[in-house]
Design a protein around this ligand. Structure first.
Ligand SMILES: [Zn+2]
Length: 468
């Protein structure tokens, strides 16, 4: 979608700011904002469907139970508007999603369902459009806050739905909140690095930015010669035109374990970061790459998965963290709550006591944040295979030196000079955004609603603390 380079992309809408003295103030703790609309957990794809939005309720329950909300700014974001969704998606598709309901679905011709890929993977369920607006709105709001500069890290576990395409649903994803968020970030940052650690290829995001050098997509996923959903993501998919070499794919076989995954991930992603010098990062942290996932086939532990998040966070580059797949609900919640604790630099107890969660019974028999998740599938990736794969991917990265839009080695002074100039212009734009953001307060309020319902296990304690 984005064929222009960032040097001449009209979407960047560069305006000179008066605030040329703007500097980013150093600070040791990163400011984290958490976006959660509690309604998102109440939708149902259907009893047999593996996607269970209730995993988001469970995740949030653990986040609150571990009192991590006290370390973040909490927001209940508004749903995305039709217009916001149409910034990426075709208007005919959005119009259809808006109009179709479980009651009137039969009145639509089958052609619509075929055209928009509505089927048992992506069924029309009660409130489907509201669900889309909620999770996409949270990602757009999170991107907006990140771009305003008032938060260093923004988190939306309900987002990360990377398969949705411009004209159609795919793989349990109806609208692509990641593309919408990145489109927003591109207005304020020259280069966006998208990292995807879901077990499935991040095809929808790759496709949307396949032609541009302003977004580099890097997806680590299971690949089985086209036989594992979505079938794409072989390592020779590298982007095209201006985007050539700005899509990277790391196709893996079943059984990836912590040791092999973390080494591979760090080797590749460090090289990407050093070469591409992203100004902002979007991390899709799909939890179906964990061991014992109902649809996955890797052996990652929650600590192993979290290590990827910890590593990317350690670079101190503005970071948008999103959810994604994840089909063993209790492990998804464990994983994302643990990763929230990493983002706010807080150690949490391994023991899941009734003080920590309202859903204690679900976490048996171990009642631990870190259950054994290995041994479901043997690791079919040999060490030498993985070294070879890493080398191949790094070769693609080296080819960036010859990419017409970058040519970093050929003309380092000129190119880096241009990058810096552009960075500074966008920095000014972000500063304007920051002031604008504070005035508009589109993102509402610190949301205390978590403490108002009958399930509130912290309420009495909080009242005691206030009185004491
Ligand atoms: Zn997935």
């Amino acid at each position: 979608m984005y064929s222009p380079t960032f040097f001449n992309d009209s979407r960047s809408r560069i305006h000179r700011s008066h605030s040329s003295t703007y500097r980013i103030q150093p600070h040791s703790k990163r400011r984290v904002a958490y976006f959660h609309n509690k309604d998102v957990g109440s939708f149902h794809f259907g009893p047999q469907h593996p996607m269970k939005p209730e995993r988001l309720t469970l995740t949030n329950d653990l986040v609150i139970g571990y009192r991590l909300h006290e370390k973040m700014d909490i927001f209940c974001p508004p749903g995305a508007t039709d217009e916001e969704l149409m910034e990426f998606h075709a208007s005919a598709y959005i119009k259809f999603l808006k109009e179709v309901t479980t009651e009137n679905a039969k009145q639509f011709s089958k052609d619509y369902f075929n055209k928009f890929n509505i089927n048992e993977d992506c069924p029309i369920f009660s409130g489907v459009y509201d669900y889309c607006k909620i999770y996409a709105g949270a990602s757009v709001a999170a991107a907006e806050r990140l771009a305003s500069g008032v938060s260093d890290i923004c988190v939306n576990w309900s987002g990360g739905l990377h398969h949705a395409k411009q004209f159609e649903a795919s793989g349990f994803c109806f609208v692509n909140d990641i593309v919408l968020a990145i489109q927003h970030l591109l207005r304020y940052y020259p280069r966006v690095l998208y990292i995807d650690i879901d077990i499935h290829h991040g095809d929808g995001v790759q496709e949307a930015f396949y032609l541009t050098d302003r977004v580099m997509t890097v997806s680590f996923h299971k690949y089985d010669n086209g036989n594992y959903f979505p079938g794409t993501g072989d390592f020779d998919e590298i982007g095209t035109g201006t985007g050539k070499y700005f899509s990277l794919n790391v196709p893996l076989k079943d059984g990836m374990d912590d040791d092999s995954y973390i080494v591979l991930f760090k080797d590749i992603i460090t090289a990407v970061k050093d070469k591409y010098r992203p100004s902002v990062i979007v991390l899709q942290s799909g939890a179906d790459s964990l061991g014992k996932d109902k649809l996955g086939g890797f052996n990652l532990s929650i600590k192993g998965h979290g290590e990827c998040v910890r590593y990317v966070k350690s670079w101190n580059i503005p970071l948008l963290v999103l959810g994604g797949g994840g089909y063993t609900v209790k492990n998804v919640a464990r994983c994302w709550a643990y990763e929230t604790s990493i983002l706010v630099d807080t150690e949490v107890s391994e023991e899941l006591s009734p003080d920590v969660t309202n859903f204690y019974a679900l976490f048996g028999p171990d009642y631990s944040l870190h259950p054994q998740l290995v041994n479901k599938v043997e690791n079919q990736n040999s060490k030498s295979d993985l070294q070879k794969l890493t080398q191949q991917v790094l070769e693609h990265l080296k080819a960036l030196d010859g990419a017409p839009s970058v040519q970093m080695q050929e003309m380092p002074t000129e190119i880096y000079g241009n990058l810096e100039k552009h960075d500074n212009e966008l920095k000014d734009l972000r500063e304007e955004r920051r002031a604008d953001y504070r005035l508009r307060q589109r993102l509402i309020w610190h949301d205390n609603e978590y403490f108002d319902d009958e399930n509130d296990h912290d309420k009495d304690q909080l009242i005691d603390e206030e009185n004491g």
